[in-house]
Design a protein around this ligand. Sequence first.
Ligand code: PEP
Length: 246
Amino acid sequence: MRKLAAGNWKMNGTAAALAEVKALLAAHPAPGCEVLLCPPATLIAQMAWTAKGSALKVGGQDCHPKAAGAHTGDISAAMLADAGASHVILGHSERRADHGEADALVAAKAQAAWGAGLVAVICVGETEAQRDAGKTLDVVRAQLAGSVPEEASAENCVIAYEPVWAIGTGRTPTLGEIAEVHAAIRATLTRRFGAEAAGMRLLYGGSVKPSNAAEIFAVAHVDGALVGGASLKAVDFGAIIAALSA
Ligand code: PEP
């Protein structure tokens, strides 16, 4: 399976930030893993143009479950694809918290993404209170059950395990904790999707940076990373790509 380094720029970046993409492409013209950047929607077309002819893939950070209609401010999966996206992040904890997105909506968005030919990067992960209460695996299994539709496959679906308390905080779970959750995710997907689950990429996300990337990538069932802050700078994201390619 080809590993995946995915960057989530969140609500960061204007056209000037494309200089970082150019620097990344210059430093890593032939990465040994798949590389995806998900900028704000306003930059998708420009980033896709910048990435033309390279291996870099571009994705959205969300899409609407409907194909079109009276949904002011929203973006459909087909619009993302039309702008040059190949992937879309769905169910990120910031969307779940800021916009009240529940599992059923995330699943509907995944269906919409697949209808437009996009790969869905579906995020799951526990809050700190849920971890402290010993509920991490229950929470993650429930999110997988509710957010990942039956049509998921190794080609159209990537799962990102992102403990909410590790996102943007500089804190990370222990390697043992990451291993436990990733093994549980693989087992859960295998029970549901059989052999297909072996090919589904499981990303770890939450304060991945150049200094911890290699040790996290050595954990079983970690097939890449979803990276927030450290994906904004070519030198940092490049170091993470290099660690994953090693
Ligand atoms: C994220 O936004 O998905 C994320 C993991 O952020 P950070 O790497 O900044 O913790």
